[in-house]
Design a protein around this ligand. Structure first.
Ligand SMILES: Cc1ncc(COP(=O)(O)O)c(C=O)c1O
Length: 397
């Protein structure tokens, strides 16, 4: 075989070895927040591709509008106006490759190395990784079951400013917070807007789980409570159709969109996917969401029951009213980070709290996702998890 070319010192100073990022699955896979595959609307999506292509397929010969398919933007804007009370049109939005891309370009547009970015005390690790990648100083705000604690928010901002730090924005996941599962109350949202407003700080709202409510009342979006353009909003089709679609969106004031857009590469999102989703939305996307939510509540209940049967009262959790995961607390000192790889090899995968923490604390927590596995797998997998932890003397079941 010929000698392989060595790129060695040709790599740019900013590049880093991120590996190919292979996805690994264990027998009982509770690690990633996937939606329910059983209710994935494959037939309707196939019909949507056919109808969309018969009508507009030839337009694929064009590069599409840089902000993404205008019809899909219009349909999303209508959905957000109707269901998240947002005053928004297609022109206030750009489509992105999942909301992950939207988050990345907003972070790049707003963050200089060393800037403080406020986050919940445990936060979606994809965002945490991107914030770290661009040098943000991620500072955690304390939370309770109603969401961010406004007094702590005020205190932290005041302290950071006094220390000469630039506090750039607050990133929050107010609906079915990932990983903690709570939904921020309306009262709290108003208080958070008030405190951040007082300090002149924008709120970056990540609302990708808002549709997955299977109990209780919806709480209106942060975006709907602000009239000044201070809230930046991202959403996604990953959890309501599938992550494989890679379709998300960013809603923000025109200047923020213009700056964020300067970091987007590869042109507009796939018109193939946009056409499919637009056609699917013209059918009954809400019926599909409803079906998925019915499947999810049964899975959540199965996980709650299995936890109750297999773990004693020293392990605690709150039951989320929606979303795709449960957040489980083990007694202080239990180290679920140290054994994560071994437990994976034994057949159960999860993420532990320290992976979601800006400070790396919280290895006595785990997030267990219930969206993808079947009810039977949830029952067997939680029992297996308890057995493995017991055998490995991590925690007595
Ligand atoms: C809170 C949150 N935001 C954003 C994303 C990114 O999703 P996607 O890029 O697939 O839209 C996820 C995925 O798990 C998430 O949990």
């Amino acid at each position: 075989m010929a000698d392989q070319f060595n790129y060695g010192d040709l790599f740019s100073a900013d590049s880093r070895d991120a590996g190919p990022g292979a996805v690994r699955h264990s027998k009982y896979d509770f690690a990633v927040a996937y939606p329910d595959p059983g209710t994935l609307p494959l037939e309707e999506l196939i019909d949507a591709v056919r109808t969309g292509f018969e009508r507009e397929g030839k337009d694929l010969a064009y590069y599409s509008s840089p902000s993404g398919d205008p019809e899909l933007r219009k349909l999303v804007a209508e959905k957000l106006s109707r269901e998240r009370n947002m005053t928004v049109t297609a022109d206030d939005m750009v489509l992105t490759s999942g909301s992950g891309e939207a988050i990345g370009i907003v972070i790049q547009a707003l963050t200089n190395p060393g800037d403080v970015v406020l986050v919940e005390e445990f936060v979606y690790l994809g965002t945490l990784n991107q914030l770290r990648r661009y040098g943000a100083d991620c500072v955690a705000i304390k939370c309770d079951d109603d969401g961010l604690i406004p007094e702590d928010l005020d205190k932290v901002i005041t302290e950071q400013k006094a220390a000469g730090k630039k506090v750039k924005y607050l990133y929050t996941i107010p609906a079915f917070q990932n990983p903690m599962g709570w939904t921020m109350s309306l009262e709290r949202r108003k208080q958070v807007l008030e405190v951040t407003g007082k300090h002149g700080i924008p709120v970056f709202e990540d609302d990708c789980y808002a549709d997955l409510r299977f109990e209780g009342e919806d709480v209106t979006s942060f975006h709907s409570l602000d009239e000044t353009g201070r809230v930046i909003y991202v959403g996604s089709f990953s959890k309501i159709i599938a992550p494989g679609m890679r379709m998300g969106y960013l809603v923000a004031s025109k200047d923020v969109i213009a700056r964020a857009w300067s970091f987007k590469s590869g042109g507009a999102v796939s018109q193939f996917t946009a056409l499919t989703i637009a056609e699917f939305m013209k059918g009954n996307i809400n019926r599909h969401i409803e079906e998925q939510n019915q499947a999810l509540i049964a899975k959540r209940d199965a996980m709650v029951a299995a936890l109750g049967e297999n773990f004693g009262s020293a392990v605690t959790w709150t039951v989320p009213q929606g979303g795709l995961y449960m957040w489980i607390k083990f007694p202080e000192g239990t180290d679920l980070a140290a054994v994560q790889e071994e437990v994976f090899e034994d057949g159960v995968s999860y993420y532990n709290g320290s992976q979601f923490s800006p400070t790396g604390e919280g290895s006595n927590y785990v997030r267990l996702c219930f969206g993808h596995p079947t009810i039977e797998t949830i029952r067997d997998g939680v029992a297996e998890f308890a057995k493995i932890l017991d055998q490995r003397k991590v925690f007595p079941a």
